[in-house]
Design a protein around this ligand. Structure first.
Ligand code: RAM
Length: 917
């Protein structure tokens, strides 16, 4: 297929696109190890290195590279690559280049740079990069003790609404010599803050990322050289509950997992200038108190803080801790220790409230103007003992009061008690809320907008995508999606951030993760999540619906657990990550075999739990439809899904050097396809099962429909949408994952556009019209029963964002060359938009697609990063109507061909303006 494609290109003339005569400026930037910006303490001995080439000339291809890695910065600066000098390697690889130097050891420091050779000249990386190895040997942790305090204070409770005061710990250390290098390795469960000599270490919040602590425990690593001095130093930590001391502690213990009381283990590794070193470890000489100002911290219920109980100087050497007790030795949490390979959360932005209104009760309602996730910082003056209560909610009721019914039993309330010493500024440490509105009571005096700032909290990742088009509804949906996705990143992808749930449900991200990857660099977060899923696998191969399995849902369906495989595929497609597949392959296969052995009956997968979750129901108050005509057969869903997964596993088998498994997948796929068509296809009507859109869509998208009847099935599906559903969506979480792409692939981009720009029920635009600033859990989120009705859920996005990028902007990674090594730029110019301005920061660099058209002309500005290329589709079959950078295409030397009324160009890297008349 590919070969035919290339051979039909026509070579026209020999003038090159690039401005080759201009001075070539090549630079190498953005050096990354394991795709992390700051990989301090990593968990791999063969890390992968990546860099980006930037250039102001077109057509830049890497021809070779040389990587230099040294154990010290001095060595690197002197070009002494004592760990690895790759030599000049003739290769165009610039991402995920595997380390092949000396064996790296625990705590090894590495400094590196790269020299890149291109067809347009060579360049050295501007910056030096750094990584260090974590503590990979369990024995090195052995004499580091876990410490804590496993008693409750009088106001604590182990109950449905668990309440526990934060633990404060301190330890004075005496460093006898001058410090050359110091690193701290900390496991603080559930959440920690670390201080040295009174200063907070790092700008992370809510660290570390949550895991099933009986399976694996993440440690964080910080370089603290500059924080320590010769002589006395003070280490201090505060421990919060997080997911460790579960939010619903003694409530449905058969379902909700809890891990005990907070605890920590820490190593401080100090290297002195004289070459000697020392390790300081947690032990029972550390002092502890539970009498600090954080009286309670519960992710669902909120934080309570009494500023009168602040212990000034507790984390400095200048403090009398006679009332503190010695920390107690406690059991280790049980899981393996692993360096955290994804960044912690941070405060990523601020939101200023837009209004504050007094209520008849004497309280105030604050409006942030945006449904956001994080917390509120309070600036306040008052008397000692004054108490301000802040209750958080997503929306208001008709009478202007908070709508809290959809929070279920989450109390979402922060309480601050003033110390009365002038201006006090406070924000919580160990909780977050999903909210737009806050009810404030007990505020001393009259609050104004200046008393509050919203802190936006999510994993420290870059926003990689922008999108703007001629359709205002689509633009607002994009913004709402950004807020929903970022807000639900909490060291794992959550379903929602507000009610008493907040679980990492697999099914919510099956395809969504792929769309999200255009907006955020979510690679390490999802790689971590795949580990969470692997760790939650049962002995016999089963996978849960929620991972980490804080809620124990082991229901053995296909559609939710299948996310394990589709998310790995996303990491491969979008980031070119093969390692993640090799790492997970064995467990994925184990699950596939487990499902086949236990649930394949007559060649169909007979196990489904959720159906096409959350289709628009027959009555607007309903959460789940009971109307058989709206619901799609569970056996159809699970069989079609399993069939699709077999195809992905086949690809993974090749990557994982497990080719011998392919025959197994192939055989199953053939059998399932046959049984599927026999059971569900209705030849008289050319429809599947009960002819829901989803029932036809899945076999179409997954390639189950026989070639000769595809078009008929598609036309039937279109009829169902256009006529029977009046041009509206009727799919739920499952069908919506394939809807937009299928319509466009079969030539009905206009109908996809209609669905994307609809403002009436049910549609994403309907949410916007009803004031949504995020995406709802239900199409009828404004009217449905509150018992399952979150206003910040991302699962209904389906493949919408993929469609925005791949089909509207025309930014798609060629599946043959994953990670955007080659970009397929094929916007559907006729769907209904008149312009799109979009960009995506890929691992090769920035990709841009800005097009605008009127009846007679199209102008398209494209940027393709260096060392990448693009196949560009123009909507014409007339080469002489095309201009490239103000020159006639027919006078240039580039390959193009005409394919189905498109003129297809092969463009090397660079910036182009294409005009079609
Ligand atoms: C709800 C969750 C989630 C969904 C499950 C099946 O409780 O909010 O979004 O995956 O149900």
């Amino acid at each position: 297929m590919k070969k035919i494609f290339l051979s039909t290109f026509i070579l026209i003339a020999s003038v090159c696109f690039s401005l080759a005569k201009a001075q070539n400026k090549i630079s190498v930037t953005n050096l990354q190890c394991e795709m992390l910006n700051n990989p301090e303490g990593i968990d791999v001995l063969r890390p992968r290195l990546s860099w980006q080439i930037k250039s102001d000339v077109n057509d830049v291809k890497q021809t070779a590279y040389q990587i230099l890695i040294a154990s010290t910065l001095e060595n690197l600066n002197a070009n002494k690559a004592d760990l690895w000098d790759s030599g000049k390697v003739n290769s165009d690889e610039s991402v995920n280049v595997v380390y092949k130097g000396k064996k790296l050891k625990d705590r090894q420091n590495a400094f590196w740079k790269v020299i890149v050779f291109t067809n347009k000249g060579e360049a050295k990386s501007i910056e030096n990069a750094h990584f260090s190895i974590g503590i990979l040997t369990y024995a090195d942790w052995k004499s580091t003790r876990w410490i804590g305090y496993e008693k409750l204070s009088k106001d604590d409770s182990i109950s449905q609404f668990s309440k526990l005061s934060a633990r404060y710990l301190r330890k004075e250390i005496n460093l006898k010599k001058q410090v050359k290098n110091a690193k701290v390795y900390i496991m603080g469960m559930g959440l920690y803050e670390l201080y040295i000599n009174g200063n907070k270490i790092g700008d992370q919040v809510l660290a570390p990322v949550p895991t099933d602590y009986t399976k694996n425990v993440k440690y964080n690593v910080f370089d603290v050289t500059s924080q320590l001095k010769e002589g006395k130093n003070m280490l201090g930590t505060i421990l919060g509950n997080g997911r460790f001391f579960a939010m619903r502690q003694d409530y449905k213990p058969y379902k909700i997992k809890s891990f005990g009381l907070p605890k920590m283990a820490l190593q401080l590794f100090v290297e002195y200038t004289d070459g000697t070193s020392e390790v300081i470890r947690t032990d029972d000489t550390w002092k502890l108190t539970t009498e600090g100002p954080i009286l309670a911290n519960n992710e669902y219920d909120g934080e309570e803080y009494d500023a009168r109980k602040e212990m000034k100087g507790w984390n400095t050497t200048n403090f009398d801790d006679k009332n503190w007790v010695n920390a107690r030795y406690v059991q280790e949490p049980g899981g393996f220790y692993e360096a955290q390979m994804t960044p912690n959360m941070k405060i990523k932005g601020e939101v200023k409230p837009i209004s504050i209104k007094a209520t008849a009760k004497g309280t105030y309602i604050l409006d942030m103007g945006q449904n956001m996730v994080g917390w509120l910082q309070l600036k306040i003056k008052g008397k000692s003992g004054d108490q301000v209560t802040m209750k958080f909610a997503e929306s208001l009721q008709a009478d202007g009061s908070l709508y809290i019914a959809n929070l279920r039993d989450a109390k979402t309330t922060d309480i601050y008690t003033l110390k009365g010493e002038g201006e006090e500024i406070w924000e919580p440490r160990f909780i977050f809320h999903g909210f737009r509105f806050v009810e404030i009571s007990g505020f001393p005096g009259k609050p104004t907008l200046d008393n509050f700032v919203g802190k936006v909290v999510y994993d420290d990742m870059k926003t990689t995508g922008t999108f703007e088009s001629s359709n205002a509804t689509m633009n607002q949906i994009f913004k709402n999606a950004w807020w929903g996705i970022s807000g639900n990143y909490k060291g794992m992808p959550l379903d929602c951030p507000q009610r008493n749930e907040r679980q990492p449900w697999l099914g919510d991200r099956t395809t969504g993760a792929y769309g999200e990857s255009f907006l955020f660099n979510n690679q390490t977060l999802y790689a971590k999540w795949l580990d969470d899923i692997k760790y939650s696998q049962t002995q016999d191969g089963g996978l849960p619906d929620v991972a980490p399995a804080f809620w124990r849902y082991y229901g053995d369906n296909v559609t939710w657990p299948g996310t394990y495989i589709t998310v790995a595929d996303m990491l491969y497609q979008q980031f070119g990550d093969q390692e993640v597949i090799k790492k997970q392959y064995h467990s994925m296969k184990k699950w596939m075999v487990y499902m086949e052995e236990n649930y394949l009956q007559n060649d169909l997968m007979d196990k489904d739990k959720y159906g096409d979750w959350c289709v628009p129901p027959e009555s607007l108050e309903l959460i789940r439809s009971k109307d058989p005509a709206r619901l799609t057969d569970g056996q159809l869903l699970s069989s079609a899904f399993y069939y699709q997964l077999l195809g992905i596993m086949k690809k993974f088998a090749k990557i994982s050097n497990a080719e011998s498994d392919i025959a197994y997948y192939d055989d199953l796929a053939v059998r399932i396809k046959k049984a599927f068509n026999t059971k569900f296809f209705n030849a008289a009507t050319n429809t599947y099962a009960n002819n829901t859109v989803t029932a036809n869509l899945l076999p179409l998208y997954f390639g189950i429909v026989p070639e000769d009847i595809k078009e008929k099935v598609f036309q039937n599906m279109v009829h169902e949408i256009e006529v029977n559903k009046n041009g509206h969506i009727s799919t739920g979480v499952i069908g919506t994952q394939f809807l937009m792409r299928t319509l466009t692939n079969f030539g009905r981009g206009d109908l996809a556009f209609k669905l994307a720009s609809n403002k009436t029920y049910p549609s994403w635009g309907f949410m916007v019209e009803n004031g949504a600033t995020t995406i709802w859990e239900l199409w009828n989120g404004n009217t449905a029963d509150p018992s399952m009705n979150s206003q910040n859920h991302v699962m209904l996005l389906g493949d919408l964002l993929i469609w925005y990028y791949e089909n509207m902007a025309g930014i798609k990674s060629n599946p043959e060359t994953p990670g955007f090594k080659q970009i397929i730029m094929k916007p559907d110019f006729n769907a209904g938009l008149t312009y799109v301005n979009a960009s995506y920061e890929s691992i090769y660099g920035l990709i841009k697609s800005d097009w605008k058209k009127n009846k007679s002309a199209l102008e398209w500005k494209i940027t393709i990063p260096a060392n990448s290329s693009a196949v560009v589709y123009l909507p014409t079959n007339n080469a002489s109507s095309v201009m490239v950078n103000n020159q006639k295409l027919t006078q240039l030397s580039t390959f193009f061909k005409i394919e189905k009324n498109n003129l297809v160009l092969n463009l090397p890297s660079g910036t182009y303006i294409l005009n079609v008349k």
